[in-house]
Structures are given as C-alpha cells and as structure tokens.
Design a protein around this ligand. Structure first.
Ligand SMILES: CC1(C)c2ccccc2-c2ccc(C[C@@H](CC(=O)O)C(=O)C(=O)O)cc21
Ligand SMILES: [Zn+2]
Length: 331
C-alpha cells in the first residue's frame, strides 16, 4: 500500500492515501462564527458542521431512498476503475481520439440498487449523480422542503450569488474518486451519509494542474493523474499545494467557484450520499478593478481558447496555433 496519512472530520480520523503534493487543512467553523461568513464572502473554502442544511435528510439511506424516491430515472455512471472522470458527451466529436473514461446509463433506483450489489462481484463501480426533480415521492419532497433554505438563501443573497441551478443527489460506492476538476458555479456541498475526502486547490494553481483544452470533452478536468503523475509532461505539478478535509454526515463544505477539487468516498467506510447546492457565480462587476484575480484570468483564458478554436474551425489546428503564438516568444 502506498504511503498513507491521517485526516479527521473533527470526530473520527481516517487513513488516507498520501499524494505527492503538500496540503493544509480546510478550516472547520461554526455557521455563527463571523470568520465563517468572511471566508464565504471572500470566496475561500470552509467546512460548516452545524448549519443543519440537510438535517431533514439525516435519516436518508439506500433503503429509505429505495422505498420513497419514486420510479423516476437516475443518471448513473459506470467505471472499471475507481475514477469517475466526467466528460461532456456533446464535445466528443471535437477530439477524435477521445476514449470515454466511463459509461453512463439512466436507471430506476431499483436497478441502481441491484447494480451496486451485483457490480461488486463484476469489479465494476457505479456512481449515481442525478438532479433531484419532481418525480421523487412525497416523503422525499417533504425532506427536501425541510432543507435549511433560510440559511442557504441568505448566503446566496448576501454574497450576490446567481440563481440556484440544481440540487444534485450523489450516491457513490466506497473508494469512488471524482478526479480533480473545477466547476463554473458556487457550490454548497452537503454530506448526508458516509465520509468523503476533499482535496481543493485555489484558481491560482491553474498552471500546476494542466486542464484539458476547453473544446475537449474533459474540459475543466486536470490531465494529471494524481496516482501516477507524469512529471515530464506536467513539470509544474511538482509545485501544486492544496487544502484538504474529510466531510461526514451533516457537514457542509463551501466550494468556491473555479476552485479545483478531487473527491474520494473513503474506502472501507461504506457508500456515500451527498446533495449539492449549485449557484451561478456573482455577476461580473461593471467596473473592472485591477489587478485581475486568478479566476478572472481563468475566465479570460477560457474565452480566448474558445475564440481561437472557433475561428480556426478545426480542433486539430489549435495546438500548433497556440504553440506558434507563445513558445519561444513569451519566455
Ligand atoms: C460534473 C457532474 C456530473 C455534473 C454535471 C452537470 C451538473 C452537475 C454535475 C455534478 C455535480 C457533482 C459531481 C460530483 C461532485 C464530487 C463528488 O461528490 O464526487 C463534484 O464534483 C461537485 O459537487 O462539484 C459531478 C457533477
Ligand atoms: Zn465538481
């Protein structure tokens, strides 16, 4: 077994895999602590153990959900490894050589439960990731209405977040990993059942994490495999330094927009159930103030890459174009 290190969620402590980069612990602050408010206002991650955001779902487990979630369909991803590297189906034609890192299928909850039981034997892992919608049963609706909407809506308002875009139900098997990526939305991540390790990197770490091109199906995901980093291809990954924590039932982690995150369902601790609250980012300020911050620069790079890919109208020409533009010229 590779080297391990110990991490705590404030109550239990866990043996977790040690990666090549250094990390600091993400602060765990009460929702009544002014510093907690400050961190959210400043776009800094924080673990909040006492906000009871999804306390009305504290009784959720696989059996309860199976009996109450209704007969809707649930997007389920399948992977022959522990990694569930997300890809955008619509971008697949942009990169011919692209090999899908996982399969996806819409299942009833009943089928999903069968798969997690059977999957274990066939060595296939699965991960249910589905937006909670009106097909759920009345008990789930009342649990959902019982979420602490006062608190999360107050956060949305005082931090000028955009509208709530979705609440995603996530059910993963122990050991499942969502590889490091960033999202373009603000995220209050509520842990309902089981334990998840989060490794976060600020937007400033973009140069050390080498995301795929914007037109690639794995846009926003890092090309670096934390388990087997290619330091020749990605030399600056040596400089990466991050933050990490373990979240357990009742914990909420604020993942600021554009912050990189890798999420691991702790092995041997059973399956995990989470609910995400995704909000569009703050509106761009009328008056731009300088110096620009890291996530504004990420947004700029994304826009420029998209423009160039569109103008060339052929993804195969983009790498040479970009290299001709900078290599040997901006050293
Ligand atoms: C990319 C994807 C499939 C997606 C597409 C469209 C709308 C929402 C989502 C969504 C929401 C959550 C996850 C997993 C989660 C990490 C974890 O818990 O494993 C995470 O990365 C996060 O909460 O940001 C993944 C997705
Ligand atoms: Zn994410």
């Amino acid at each position: 077994m590779s080297q391990t290190t110990r991490l705590t969620d404030g109550r239990k402590s866990f043996e977790v895999k040690k990666y090549t980069f250094a990390t600091e612990v993400i602060p765990r602050l009460s929702c009544h602590d002014p510093e907690c408010e400050e961190r959210i206002a400043n776009g800094l991650p924080v673990v909040i153990p006492d906000v009871n955001l999804v306390a009305s779902a504290r009784h959720w487990n696989i059996d309860y959900l199976h009996d109450n979630i209704g007969d809707g369909k649930f997007m389920t991803y399948f992977s022959s490894s522990k990694k569930f590297k997300y890809y955008d189906d619509k971008k697949c034609p942009n990169v011919k050589s692209f090999k899908k890192p996982m399969e996806q299928e819409e299942l009833t909850f009943d089928d999903f439960v069968q798969k997690i039981n059977k999957g274990k034997s066939k060595g296939q892992r699965c991960y249910l990731q589905q937006t909670l919608n009106e097909t759920v049963g009345k008990n789930i609706v009342s649990d959902f209405l019982g979420f602490n909407w006062n608190w999360v809506t107050a956060q949305q308002k005082k931090n000028s977040f955009g509208p709530l875009t979705n609440n995603m139900l996530l059910i993963g098997q122990e050991g499942n990993i969502t590889p490091v990526h960033y999202d373009e939305q603000e995220n209050f991540f509520a842990q309902v059942y089981g334990y998840k390790r989060f490794i976060l990197f600020p937007p400033e770490e973009f140069p050390n994490l080498y995301p795929h091109p914007t037109y690639h199906p794995c846009d926003r995901q890092s090309q670096v495999d934390f388990d087997n980093a290619d330091f020749e291809k990605f030399p600056k990954f040596r400089n990466a330094t991050g933050f990490e924590t373990i979240v357990g039932p009742g914990d909420v982690l604020y993942i600021p927009i554009y912050w990189w995150h890798q999420v691991e369902s702790i092995p041997i601790e059973g399956h995990t159930i989470s609910v995400t609250f995704w909000y569009k980012g703050r509106p761009t300020p009328e008056k731009v103030t300088y110096p620009l911050n890291a996530h504004q620069k990420v947004a700029m790079m994304r826009n420029i890459e998209k423009m160039i890919a569109q103008a060339l109208n052929n993804p195969d020409e983009v790498p040479e174009f970009m290299q001709n533009m900078v290599l040997g010229r901006y050293t």
